[in-house]
Design a binder for this molecule. Structure first.
Ligand code: MF3
Ligand code: CO
Ligand code: CO
Length: 271
């Protein structure tokens, strides 16, 4: 399908009352290749972190590794100065849901569950992914949270179909979380990603089948479920305006991919 035919299809769905993506966010093959390269570097930076993360290091050490490794690839850390964010990466430990700010004072210890969320800019294109790390041994219940959250991401990915709907994805994720007794965080979502850091549409991790934005070949977006143990509520630190904590103080987990949708398949661009 060429861009003109695509435009026509979008008009058709819009007339039926569906949300459709903006044409400027339907990427060309050249743009997808650029986002793929950014995603490859982003994944390599996360690999670099995974080889080093252990008990006794500070979350500032992770920030240093991400800055150094990204620079070595001639790339840029997107978080730094993004809407005033002060560091190169987000590191969210235990009851931090997301946007944890690295600090020399925050030392990782045995039993911690840690999300490291990296976003890389290369040649003007963006890749965004995050992984969980378990420091040594943790409680079985925390391990299960980390494992089920990864399954939520992979089940969400499976639900991505060209000419399907983002509601199908959110529905699949929430089903899996709730079947396992966990709660989906509703205050944050995935997002279009590739030519900007956060593009339309928002990708909710809950929803209704057949609802939400149409999924169109050429879209690139993240899926990044945040899953809480008992309650979905989140509060943002009044001290730094960024750090999001669970209201109940229980741990939270998150995994993130950037993906691209094609007419006949879906590709992970960064993981
Ligand atoms: N990487 C996060 C995401 O997945 C966004 C972090 S914004 C920052 O969307 F400013 F905190 F870096
Ligand atoms: Co993201
Ligand atoms: Co991210």
């Amino acid at each position: 399908m060429n861009r003109e035919e695509l435009q026509e299809q979008l008009e058709y769905y819009k007339a039926l009352g569906h949300q459709v993506p903006k044409m400027k966010y339907i990427k060309t093959p050249e743009q997808i290749e650029g986002i793929r390269e950014a995603g490859r570097i982003n994944s390599a930076v996360l690999d670099y972190v995974s080889e080093r993360i252990k008990a006794g290091i500070s979350t500032q050490d992770i920030d240093d590794w991400v800055a150094e490794c990204t620079a070595r690839h001639n790339a840029i850390c997107a978080p730094l100065n993004y809407q005033g964010y002060p560091k190169h990466v987000c590191v969210s430990v235990n009851d931090v849901v997301c946007h944890g700010i690295p600090s020399k004072k925050k030392i990782l210890k045995e039993g911690d569950i840690v999300n490291v969320d990296c976003t890389t800019i290369y040649n003007g294109y963006y890749g965004d992914a995050s992984r969980m790390f378990i420091i040594g041994q943790t409680k079985p219940e925390y391990e299960r949270l980390v494992r089920v959250t990864k399954q939520c991401l992979d089940i969400g990915l499976e639900a991505v179909k060209p000419w399907g709907f983002l509601g199908d994805v959110g529905y699949a994720i929430e089903q899996h979380a709730s079947r396992n007794g966990f709660k989906v965080v509703r205050d944050y979502g995935g997002h279009g990603c590739g030519i900007e850091f956060h593009e339309d549409p928002m990708v909710l991790h809950y929803g209704k089948k057949g609802k939400g934005c149409l999924i169109v070949p050429g879209m690139t977006f993240t899926i990044e479920p945040m899953i809480n143990m008992k309650k979905s509520g989140v509060r943002i630190s009044a001290l730094d305006g960024w750090t999001a904590y669970t209201k109940d103080g229980l741990p939270s987990a998150q995994w993130e991919y950037t993906i691209a949708v094609f007419e006949d398949h879906v590709e992970i661009l960064s993981k």
